[in-house]
Design a protein around this ligand. Structure first.
Ligand SMILES: Cc1cc2nc3c(=O)[nH]c(=O)nc-3n(C[C@H](O)[C@H](O)[C@H](O)COP(=O)(O)O)c2cc1C
Length: 326
């Protein structure tokens, strides 16, 4: 049985952290499709220490979605650890430290991926966090800051320290920080890590857009599991498809249009609870654009979704394109 510390996972297909996406609605839908553990989008350590800010529902996890990991970033190991303790008090089951974010504003503030060049700070952040919480601690890395030899050395120092210090698991995105999301993810480095440390619980990430690719990457690299990111946006079937293949079954039939409508509406109505009115419709747009990929009239459906502003109009559109059309 796959485990991250005390958390048992009955399959290896995790919902990756996705800022702006993996709020409660996307997380709970992933769970309903069989995903055993989800992550919040990355949260700034300092914000969680602000008594007013932490009351906002966006920082909370809900009763029916456990286990869920709070992902945080910062610069100062002490603040990172205090923030981890705060999220633990809020009920999160695991802490994931982000050293992978490539956003320029984040790098300018010496957070996220910037720390791939600072193995000592990464190590201190992990050690302090582990002292501060009574739950598993994982780290999300990239394969280096860039492709230089110095970056490769820093990467391996981070890995060697993490293993020596007993990290519960690592998630590695097979691109450098400098690459952001460009080019193809390099899974060979992820495979090297698993080869060097077979006992390390390792999750790979990068270009996992469908279940057959996911299974292939797992077989090629021997990772314990994967973090499914963009491939899960508007596509929770990626979890049930992956589970089926992993269990040796054949790929399930694609969902019918009414089945897709049902999931879209479930997702939208949860967003509407947190962001009523036009705000929710606008927030749902990035999901509906991905849901539309499966529709035979994809372009027309997409155009309609891009234009819609009112909640009832959105529901009518889903009904028109996914129930009546079918
Ligand atoms: C819009 C977007 C937001 C992301 N937010 C986060 C984040 O908050 N934390 C994190 O560790 N990774 C984040 N990632 C990276 C993903 O978790 C994943 O590692 C990366 O997208 C590679 O996987 P993919 O090619 O299958 O999408 C984000 C990626 C995207 C595209």
């Amino acid at each position: 049985m796959l485990k991250i510390g005390s958390i048992q996972l009955n399959n290896p297909f995790l919902q990756a952290a996705l800022s702006g996406y993996t709020d409660y609605p996307m997380r709970i839908i992933a769970r309903r499709f069989g995903c055993p553990l989800t992550f919040t989008g990355v949260m700034l350590d300092r914000i969680s220490l602000h008594p007013k800010a932490i009351k906002q529902t966006k920082f909370h996890c809900l009763e029916d979605e456990h286990p869920v990991a709070a992902q945080i970033f910062g610069h100062d190991p002490e603040i990172i650890a205090q923030s981890a303790a705060q999220f633990r008090r809020l009920g999160y089951d695991m802490i994931d430290l982000n050293f992978a974010c490539p956003v320029p504003k984040v790098l300018r503030r010496e957070r996220g991926g910037w720390l791939m060049r600072k193995p000592d700070i990464v190590q201190q952040a992990f050690l302090r966090t582990r002292e501060a919480v009574d739950c598993p601690v994982m780290m999300k890395l990239r394969i280096g800051f860039d492709h230089s030899e110095a970056a490769r050395e820093d990467f391996w120092r981070i890995i060697d320290n993490a293993v020596a210090d007993g990290v519960d698991a690592l998630g590695i995105h097979g691109r450098t920080v400098e690459q952001k999301y460009k080019g193809k993810a390099d899974w060979s480095v992820i495979a090297e890590v698993k080869k060097k440390y077979p006992k390390l619980t390792l999750f790979g990430s990068g270009d996992l857009m469908d279940a057959p690719t996911i299974i292939q990457r797992m077989q090629e690299t021997s990772v314990d599991g994967v973090l499914i990111a963009r491939g899960a946006i508007g596509n929770p079937w990626i979890f049930s498809d992956s589970i089926a293949l992993w269990e040796g079954k054949s790929l399930p039939q694609p969902p019918s249009l009414p089945e897709q409508a049902d999931i879209m509406l479930q997702h939208y109505e949860m967003i509407n609870q947190e962001r009523p009115g036009r705000r929710g419709v606008s927030f749902f747009r990035k999901f509906s654009a991905r849901f539309a990929h499966r529709h035979p009239e994809r372009k027309k459906v997409l155009l309609d979704f891009m234009r819609v502003k009112e909640p009832q109009k959105l529901r009518d559109l889903i009904n028109q394109w996914y129930i009546q059309y079918a």
